[in-house]
Design a protein around this ligand. Structure first.
Ligand code: CDP
Ligand code: MG
Length: 671
């Protein structure tokens, strides 16, 4: 370890080492030996003595060097922060869970005892937990209860380069907690910011000139190859690369391909399997694993199993495998350079998911997945010139998302002046204004003596781990006597999709699903599916037959009961509207009116808020219908701007929800 910047292009064309560094014999590789072989282990002593002294440190070291799994253990072993808990935040659930599992294994401790994790709606910790992995969103929620984070002695903000909206807010909260605890002369809070690729100057400046510690060396080298010519079709290019590698490399070398989304990944999986079937004799077999967030967890975890002998493992993944995780056997990474990400324009209030280029930091992270266990190779399906044009760092999410949730959160944290919150990167004033306006429309905030304050409704809304529009729906539901149904709908929209759509069985899926389909849209269809699931007592067999993801469905039940508890705490009447579905739709219209669209004379749709042209997504049960007014859950931009998850509503209901707003906005909806 030393205090100097790393060379600019760290992994580029590094020579391959002479041979594998780790013994192939697992018997000889005890956990402790393995830990000692990690690059970080050489710096252990120095690191510990630095971390004892420093209040805040920025730690940068290449991916695979051992930061995430080792630093918490070093701190614990050295007795740093023993009076409280060491928290390590992760931007993603899958990473938090798999890392906690790994560290518990290394420490030979049962998961949930000394080492645990907390992710939304799932808490695997106990009173004795000293090392806790959590998603940054979860630590943020804890800060509402205790802004000083007094349970924690160390907070490690990991994967800082990802800059999710939660991490960015958390930077400010943790920084303030540290300062206040110092002023109060209580137990100090140590802050460690870690990443493999980050703008260290920005972070150091933000944390009052905190020193930057550079970890030397990576575990294994990675060769990078660019295409000579620009590729117009990245899907075709990745297919060609996969089969070229397949024909040349030994079958034990697994391939990880980065694509953008579920549909693309499922269709590419089919193509790969089809081609693999018809390869000439002598070619190794191939197993293809899709990997994306809404895939059932057992299937996600299959990628972590070792491959079969003489069979190539090919993993087609979204960016969920980009940081933090180690997938065994990966030798090749194929990077399309594309990602599906959120984009927000405050002028027209549109938050859309769109396919776009990754940043350089993301490309380096992707390449890093090839060198976790052995020397690796990364094929970039773009030219070096194109790479140079990628943004250095991913634009922080806070600068490209709807901020209503963040602003509500900051108010709940009793931040005195939210318009001037100490953000590491400031969101645009337009976006902040738009967010405050939305919260006003939802009745969550009001202006009082030139200050923005939470209303009693806003206070309740902030207590739910949900987007403001959904907590509002729940809180309004007693007026429509349908809290039980709204709890179900909101829970269904809060977890990954419960619908499992294997492409090979599309006809079968279609005929099984018919009985649930409601002409009133996807929300009600989902509600029907949930009710049928409950009627059969949550049977796994039923789920399989009906192409329902049983784990996600179980998750929906758990989420639902947690939300129900919060409702009960606030004295929300828990009534069921039984078969009166109109009440449910009316209630949705009352709270979700900002996400509404209107049928146009030419058969297309326009959002009511900004007259943006949109279309019904093919996955919706309303795809072939033309209702006059719909609510949508989100917008997705691919070839067109699509609305996903729709509910049919009446114009009158929308108008009643916010008459003044619609008077201002509308020509179409008139009473
Ligand atoms: O955080 P950083 O990228 O520096 O590394 P890490 O997550 O602490 O992982 C260090 C090494 O542990 C990886 O390179 C893998 O060799 C190994 N590891 C693993 O085999 N399985 C895991 N689930 C996590 C880490
Ligand atoms: Mg890490």
């Amino acid at each position: 370890m030393e205090n100097r910047p790393p060379p600019a292009k760290r992994f580029k064309s590094a020579p391959l080492p002479g041979g594998p560094r780790r013994s192939p014999d697992p018997e000889r590789n005890t956990e402790q030996q393995r830990r000692r072989q990690l690059p970080i282990s050489r710096a252990r002593g120095k690191l510990i003595s630095q971390l004892w002294k420093l209040e805040t440190a920025i730690l940068i070291g290449e991916t695979g060097s051992g930061k995430t799994t080792q630093i918490p253990q070093y701190l614990y072993e050295a007795g740093i922060g023993r009076q409280g808990i060491i928290a390590i935040t992760q931007p993603r659930r899958m990473a938090a869970i798999s890392l906690a599992t790994r560290v518990a294994e290394e420490k030979k401790s049962e998961l949930g005892k000394l080492i645990g994790y907390t992710v939304r709606f799932e808490d695997v910790t106990s009173d004795g937990s000293k090392i806790k992995f959590l998603t940054d969103g979860m630590l943020l929620r804890e800060a509402i209860r205790d802004p000083l984070l007094r349970r924690y002695t160390v907070v490690i903000l990991d994967e800082a380069h990802e800059r999710t909206v939660h991490t960015d807010v958390l930077f400010g909260i943790v920084k303030a907690a540290q300062r206040k605890r110092k002023e109060l002369n209580t137990l100090p809070l140590k802050v460690i910011v870690m990443s493999a690729t980050m703008d260290v100057d920005l972070f150091s400046r933000y944390f009052n000139g905190a020193p930057v510690l550079y970890l030397e060396g990576r575990q294994h080298s990675i060769q990078i190859f660019y295409t000579k010519k620009s590729q117009s079709d990245y899907l075709h290019a990745s297919l060609v690369s996969v089969f070229q590698i397949h024909q040349e490399a030994p079958p034990s070398h697994s391939i990880l391909v980065f694509l953008t989304g579920q549909e693309e990944i499922e269709s590419m999986s089919r193509t790969c399997r089809e081609i693999a079937k018809h390869l000439p004799q002598g070619c190794a077999r191939m197993t293809v694993f899709p990997l994306y967030a809404s895939l059932p967890q057992p299937q996600q975890l299959r990628v972590f199993q070792l491959g079969q002998k003489d069979c190539r493992k090919v993993i087609l993944s979204t960016n969920i495998a980009e940081t933090s995780v180690t997938i065994p056997g990966i030798k090749y990474v194929v990077d399309t350079g594309m990602v599906k990400a959120k984009r927000y324009t405050p002028e027209n209030g549109l938050e859309v998911l769109a396919v776009q280029h990754v940043s350089k930091a993301q490309a380096w992270q992707r390449a890093g997945r090839a060198g976790r266990e052995q020397a690796g190779i990364c094929y970039r399906l773009y030219t070096e010139g194109e790479f140079e044009k990628f943004l250095n760092m991913t634009v922080p999410e806070i600068q490209r998302c709807n901020l209503a949730s963040v602003m509500l959160h900051l108010l709940a944290l009793r931040i005195p002046d939210i318009l001037n919150f100490d953000f590491i990167s400031k969101p645009s004033p337009d976006a902040v204004r738009a967010a405050i306006q939305q919260l006003e429309l939802l009745g969550a905030v009001e202006h009082k003596e030139s200050q923005i304050i939470l209303t009693p409704m806003g206070k309740k809304m902030a207590a739910f781990p949900l987007e403001p529009r959904f907590s509002k729906t729940l809180l309004l539901s007693p007026a429509f006597h349908c809290t039980e149904e709204v709890l179900t709908v909101v829970s269904l929209l809060s977890v990954d999709s419960v619908l499992y759509n294997p492409h090979v069985k599309q006809d079968e899926v279609h005929s099984m699903r018919k009985k649930f389909i409601s002409s009133e849209g996807d929300h009600i269809t989902l509600l029907n599916i949930y009710q049928a699931f409950k009627n059969v007592g949550g049977h796994k067999e039923w789920c399989r037959e009906n192409f329902v993801n049983s784990r996600n469905m179980t998750m929906v039940s758990q989420v639902r009961s947690q939300l129900r508890e919060i409702c009960a705490k606030f004295g929300v009447r828990l009534e069921s509207s039984r078969s009166d579905i109109d009440n449910v739709r009316r209630c949705l219209a009352q709270a979700l009116f900002l996400n509404a669209a209107e049928l146009q004379p030419d058969g297309s749709y326009a959002t009511l808020d900004t007259r943006q042209h949109v279309a019904i997504h093919p996955s919706s049960v309303l795809f072939h219908c033309k209702p006059s007014y719909v609510l949508y859950n989100e917008l997705l931009h691919t070839s067109k701007c699509y609305m996903r998850d729709l509910c049919v509503v009446d114009a009158d209901w929308l108008y009643e929800a916010a008459p003044e707003y619609f008077d201002r906005k509308l020509k179409g909806v008139k009473r």
